[in-house]
Structures are given as C-alpha cells and as structure tokens.
Design a protein around this ligand. Structure first.
Ligand code: HEC
Ligand code: HEC
Length: 378
C-alpha cells in the first residue's frame, strides 16, 4: 500500500468527489458551456474564493484536504457523500476554514509582499492542529527526503540537454521517434472515481500534441480531449456538463501530450535546471523546465535506464501551489519506440491508474476525435 494510512483518506476523498458532481451540475445547466466557468456562476455558497475557475477550485479544495490530512468531509457535511447539494451546507469547520483563508491572505499581504508564501500546508502539514513545540526527533534525526520539491540543489556539472538526449536515445532515438506520428491504445482505467474498479479506456493520439481519452464508466462515457491548444472534460463525472481546462490544468494536458510524442521536449521550456535525488532507492536526475506564466515542471529520469519515471507539476491557485504527480512505468517496445504502458496520476483529490494492454502505432485517426466533445447533460 503505497500511501500507507493515507490510502483510506484518499479513497474517502474520492467517494465524496464522485458525489460532488450533482450539486455542481444542477446549477451548471444554466451556464453557457463556453462562458467563464467560475465559482460564482456554478456554486451556491461562495463567500471568499470568488471568481475562481472551477477546474482550479478543485485544486484549492484538494489543498485543504491535503493540509488537514483528511478527506473532503472533514470540513463538509457527511451528507455530501450521498447528497451532493450538501457541499454548500455550512459547518463550523467551513466557517473556520473561511477565517483561515482570510488570515492567510492577510499574512501574505502584510509580511510577505503578497503571493502564497504562507499556505494552509505551511502550518498544518497534514494535521488538524498545527504543532507549535519544536520536535527534537526532527532536529536530531535524519532529514526527510521528498523528491517532489519545487526548489532543489542544482547540479552544475550536468546539462539538461545531456539528460534529455539520453532519454530520447533510451526511447529509441530521434529517428525512431520521428517515425511515430500517431497511435491508438486500449487498456483499463481505475481510480477513486471508479471505486478502484477497472473500466475500459481508449486513447487516440496524434503528433505533435493532440490526444483524446474515452473512459467508459458504467453510467456513460467521459471524454478528456486536448486539441493541441484547448482542453476539455465532458462527462457525467465532470464538475459541469463540459469543463473547459484553464492555465495549470490546460498545461497538464499539454504535458501529457508532450510525453506521448517527446521528440521536441528540449524546445518545450525556455529554461532548465538539473538536480539529483532518489525515488524508492533508485537514483534519479531531476530536470526542471520553466516558462513564463506557469510554475515549473519536474521531470525525473532513472539514472540506470535514462527513462522518464515521474513528472511533478504544480497548479498555481489563490491558496498556493497544488501538485499533480504523473508516474510512468512498464515501458515496452512499440514500432521501435519504448512507450510506458502504466501511468499513475496522483492529485490532492484524486488518484487513478491507466494500464494499457496494447498500442497500435501509426494508424489514421479522424481529426474530429480532437474536436471539442459534446457536453453531457447531468
Ligand atoms: C479545510 C476545509 C475544507 C476541506 C477539507 C474541503 N473544503 Fe470544500 N469548501 C471549504 C470552504 C471554506 C468552502 C467555501 C469557500 C468560500 O466561501 O469561498 C468550500 C466550498 C466547496 C464547494 C462549493 C459548494 C457550494 O455550492 O457553495 C464545493 C463543491 C467543495 N467545497 C468541494 C470540496 C471537495 C470536493 C473537497 C475534497 C477534495 C473539499 N471541498 C474539501 C472548505 C473545505
Ligand atoms: C499561520 C498558521 C496557519 C495557517 C496558514 C492556517 N492555519 Fe488553520 N489553524 C492554525 C492553528 C494554530 C489552528 C488550531 C487552533 C486551535 O487549536 O484552536 C488551526 C485550525 C484550523 C481548523 C480547525 C481545526 C479543528 O480543530 O477542527 C481548520 C478547519 C483550519 N485550520 C483550516 C485551515 C485552512 C483551510 C487553511 C488555509 C486556507 C489554514 N487553516 C491555514 C494555523 C494555521
């Protein structure tokens, strides 16, 4: 069990997340699909986090759950598990959390020049009550080593270019990569939203950067599409009949498309940094890419194989940076290119795994696959 005791916490989070969709959707019916999907237009009882894009709002809620080390119903009414409308019910902890948001904003404004230097996590670190007495075990014990950090010690001896070249070579080399222009794949998807049961997933991808996933839930299909510029999530499982991806979540879709066709990875960011760390006792090299307007992205390459094993990126929200971790494993040869058959996606409010059973390289794909999907009335 990789998350230890936290596993149950995440699962419970998911149960509520599944349930949340109704609240939102009832109201979303009156919202124009292309209009700004903000908290004010979609939710009933927003007093502090006004004007936020809904896709980013769930990252903020994930930040809250992660900071408390609990699921959504730590603050929200337990009724929310069965009755989605109950997410809008006021509880003492919601009131307390609202005060905390205001306090946090004031601290940042008054003492740290704005921004989100101090967040819920800065104080709470996964506990309801922050610890205020120093911990001797922390002071004298060995330091906790988390590879998923935004700031790390830079290794000046290694260039990002050499690590990325080694990666492209490990995949089969630029020649083989340039010959892969599209693929379709089939496999299973399992996550909190399926109660960890496996459901079918179909994937369509076209170089340089288009991709569509179709998940077949028991209750209907869910479409997650990136056309190279815009991204959408349409399905009964989405927060609205169609959710339009914005900033960080849009960049995540771009990143996933980049990993599918990584030939141009070196051009994807304007500046790079290299560091060293370990993931589960394996030495890895972190290559961090940055570009204007977004938080950095960490790519982790296994030193032994040169392959990409993890990506960590952060969504910039009004309550601080919120991570998404994407893990890739089970690399197999497809038309001379090594491709990962297992993807694990971990967010503060969601974890899901895709296990592919087969990939068909270089098949014609109808351009309409990457069109904006039809909204799914909830
Ligand atoms: C630490 C407390 C806390 C946790 C944990 C939390 N929330 Fe919230 N949630 C709030 C607060 C506070 C608001 C109201 C924000 C405001 O007034 O601006 C809110 C509002 C909402 C709303 C809007 C309801 C409406 O119609 O007005 C939804 C939906 C929601 N949360 C979903 C979630 C989900 C899903 C999770 C778990 C991933 C979660 N929340 C975890 C504190 C929390
Ligand atoms: C500067 C430190 C600090 C920050 C930042 C902070 N908190 Fe707190 N929070 C506290 C302390 C201290 C307590 C406990 C007070 C007590 O024990 O009575 C607390 C208590 C709470 C509680 C009540 C817990 C209970 O007893 O049920 C909630 C909910 C909460 N915080 C949510 C948040 C959220 C959400 C954020 C981010 C928006 C946040 N906090 C940011 C320090 C902080």
């Amino acid at each position: 069990m990789r998350f230890g005791s936290k596993y149950t916490v995440f699962w419970a989070t998911a149960v509520t997340l599944v349930c949340l969709l109704g609240v939102v959707s009832v109201r979303a019916q009156g919202t124009p699909a292309d209009g700004p999907q903000t908290t004010d237009t979609l939710f009933k009882n927003i007093q502090v986090l006004k004007g936020m894009r809904i896709d980013t709002f769930f990252d903020a809620m994930g930040m809250f759950a992660a900071s408390m080390g609990d699921d959504c119903t730590y603050c929200h009414s337990k009724k929310a598990v069965l009755d989605r409308a109950a997410f809008a019910d006021v509880t003492p902890r919601i009131q307390r959390a609202r005060q905390m948001i205001v306090m946090m904003q004031a601290l940042n404004k008054q003492y740290f020049g704005g921004g989100t230097k101090v967040t819920c996590f800065t104080c709470h670190r996964g506990a309801y009550t922050p610890v205020n007495a120093p911990r001797l075990a922390l002071q004298y014990g060995s330091p906790e080593d988390d590879p998923n950090v935004i700031t790390f010690v830079v290794d000046p001896r290694t260039s990002a270019e050499s690590v990325l070249d080694k990666y492209l070579q490990a995949l089969g080399g630029p020649g083989a990569l340039s010959k892969l222009t599209s693929f379709t794949a089939k496999g299973t998807y399992s996550g909190f939203d399926t109660g960890d049961k496996q459901i079918p997933v179909e994937i369509f991808a076209k170089a340089p950067n288009q991709r569509a996933w179709i998940l077949s839930f028991l209750d209907g299909q869910s479409h997650r599409v990136f056309d190279g510029t815009n991204g959408w999530w349409a399905g009964f499982d989405a927060p609205a009949p169609i959710e339009v991806l914005t900033t960080g979540n849009l960049d995540r879709a771009r990143l996933e498309a980049l990993v599918a066709f990584p030939a141009n990875i070196k051009q994807a960011y304007t500046s790079w940094k290299v560091g060293r760390t370990a993931i589960e006792d394996k030495d890895v090299t972190i290559v961090q890419g940055s570009k204007e307007g977004l938080l950095p992205v960490n790519f982790y390459f296994d030193n032994a194989t040169g392959l990409l094993v993890r990506i960590v990126r952060w969504n910039d929200t009004p309550v601080g940076p919120v991570p998404t971790q994407l893990e890739y494993s089970d690399y197999r040869d497809v038309a001379g290119v090594k491709m990962p058959f297992n993807w694990v996606m971990t967010q503060t409010y969601m974890q899901a795994t895709i296990q592919l059973s087969g990939i068909q390289p270089n098949v014609p794909i109808d351009a309409a696959r990457f069109n904006r999907p039809a909204p799914v009335p909830h």
